[in-house]
Design a protein around this ligand. Structure first.
Ligand code: TYD
Length: 138
């Protein structure tokens, strides 16, 4: 299974007390890379599908810090997995070269994304064919 085995759910330390919750995510401790970029997605309607791309180089961690969404991962060889992100202290690690689709956003969904690299449009594979060709080394 190409790269699919490296997808993992991550549980982050919770340091909450009577004042509320606090979750910590540190580079190279709680996640396997240095965080070079952070973005977040909110206000996506439930029927929207986001992502629909793979990255040649960038690794990501996705955390629904509010609400819920789903992420479907494909490995380009017929394997797929769906993860439901609905806890602010749980993330999913996605290595480079997996196809990802984010969908089923709740109205209050805030999907925080930590990335291992700065944005570079060149390393995005934005069609499934381009992705499977790259997997097959075409
Ligand atoms: P896009 O990759 O389509 O978002 P998603 O993966 O959630 O579907 O990005 C939307 C737009 O934002 C697109 O024009 C590229 C731009 N963008 C940046 O400039 N920097 C970034 O870090 C990201 C994630 C997107």
């Amino acid at each position: 299974m190409h790269n699919m085995n490296n997808v993992k759910l991550l549980e982050f330390p919770q340091l909450g007390d009577e004042r509320g919750h606090l979750v910590v995510v540190e580079s190279k401790i709680d996640i396997p890379f240095n965080i070079e970029r952070v973005f977040y997605i909110y206000g996506s309607k439930q029927n929207v599908i986001r992502g629909e791309h793979a990255n040649r180089e960038t690794e990501f961690v996705l955390i629904n810090v509010s609400g819920a969404s789903k992420v479907k991962i494909k490995d380009g060889e017929g394997n797929e997995a769906i993860f439901c992100l609905n806890r602010p202290h749980t993330g999913i690690y996605l290595p480079a070269m997996v196809w990802k689709e984010m969908y089923d956003f709740s109205e209050d969904s805030v999907l925080l994304v930590l990335a291992s690299q700065h944005y570079n449009a060149e390393e995005y594979l934005r069609s499934y064919k381009e992705y499977t060709d790259a997997i097959l080394g075409k």
